[in-house]
Design a protein around this ligand. Sequence first.
Ligand SMILES: [Fe+2]
Length: 173
Amino acid sequence: MTLTADTPEIRETLIERMKSVFGDDSRRIDHAMAVLGHAESILADSPGVCGLVVRAAAILHDIGIQAAERKHGSSSGKYQETEGPPIAREILESMNIDAGAIDHICRIVANHHSARDIDTPEFRIIWDADWLVNIPDEYDISDSKSISELINKVFKTPTGRTIAQELFFERNE
Ligand SMILES: [Fe+2]
């Protein structure tokens, strides 16, 4: 039997599995939880999107980062994108998640830095949620003009863009 439902139990199990991979790396755990929070806000405004794929991809999107650092001495997006999917797949297969959902989640993990080979509604939510968390970490949000340009350029969902404007732009007006 495969688990296709988007249940609180699957969400909790995925969080536990993510935490056990990241161990004492609380920064990575906090990042994954923050991305999950934004992804769920966008999901609530996105009828017809697969909640299981969105939640699992949000929780697991950076799961290859420590393997990338261990094997390649680098956490660059390129290595994360190759190291992440096998780890995500092992976790998801051990939970009997539907094979089609696993493939979709792994494709999101494999593209979350480059957006090269995928453009599904579920992917766009993860893309936007990751940007919502990364912008204040990587950019000067007091620079309203650049932030406004960045928001117009990077966001792929209307809800993600609106949340970004509320968080980083209108507050600076
Ligand atoms: Fe991320």
